[in-house]
Design a protein around this ligand. Structure first.
Ligand SMILES: [Zn+2]
Length: 253
């Protein structure tokens, strides 16, 4: 039985992968979900998964921050071509908070890209890791048009009203180390039932309190913060979140 899984990591941002994964194993992290945010990082995640079979589970995707860097058809084609080697489609989604995303044409382009990638996920029977910052409702409404094999709203800190619709649709949300300090994220984690929460680091995202970048071994920070919110034992929280991740991403036991 796995102790904990880091359900969302950008391995390409972490340098020496073997050392990073070694430290994760040592700390009791029993699997890592490595998402892709463009062609290079997706290929990197797929390569790592081959090298670390049964430990690294790869996602292929194009992050909304990359929407102007790739032609839509080309980006969707890349993901379609590699989806058969992936455990999930992700990280994909919408983000209206970027300064470059103020223009409606850019937002429309993000929605087109996201829709095309969801179509691939539905075709391939794959689950999806969704980025939805400042575009929570649109991210959900578009997702619901596709028959995907489950989804997680990663690092969700949006309105509780939309959270309820996410949960009603059968989707998950994930907790990050921001569960220590982010009011919005904490409110979401208090509201969502433990049966619908995954834990992650979103490494290499900067850890505010520790003043350094995160890596998968830091998923225990997320577990402890979430356990505090839920009034539960960290081991129990880790166990439930891990089962949820195994269910959603079909991570073999
Ligand atoms: Zn991410």
């Amino acid at each position: 039985m796995r102790r904990v899984i880091d359900s969302h990591v950008h391995m390409e941002g972490l340098g020496d992968a073997d050392a990073v994964l070694g430290r994760a194993r040592m700390s009791g992290v029993d699997a890592v979900v490595a998402v892709g945010g463009d062609a290079e990082s997706s290929a990197y995640a797929l390569g790592l998964a081959e090298k670390h079979q049964g430990y690294v589970y790869p996602g292929v995707g194009v992050h909304p921050s990359k929407v102007l860097k790739m032609e839509c058809g080309e980006a969707i084609g890349f993901v379609r071509e590699h989806a058969n080697r992936a455990a999930l489609i992700g990280e994909v989604g919408l983000d209206y908070a970027y300064p470059f995303a103020r223009a409606e044409e850019v937002r429309e382009r993000m929605r087109m890209l996201y829709s095309g990638l969801l179509e691939v996920a539905a075709e391939m029977g794959l689950p999806v890791a969704v980025h939805s910052r400042s575009a929570y409702r649109d991210s959900l409404d578009i997702l619901r048009r596709y028959d995907v094999a489950g989804a997680v709203f990663h690092w969700y800190d949006g309105p509780i009203k939309t959270l309820k619709l996410i949960l009603d649709s059968g989707f998950y949300v994930s907790a990050t180390p921001a569960a220590e300090y982010s009011k919005g994220h904490r409110a979401v984690l208090a509201e969502a039932p433990m049966e619908r929460i995954l834990v992650e680091t979103d490494s290499p995202v900067h850890l505010r309190r520790l003043g350094r970048r995160s890596e998968p071994a830091d998923v225990w920070l997320t577990v402890h913060a979430l356990a505090g919110i839920k009034g539960m034992e960290p081991g129990e929280v880790a166990g439930i979140a891990t089962r949820n991740t195994e269910t959603l991403f079909r991570v073999g036991g």
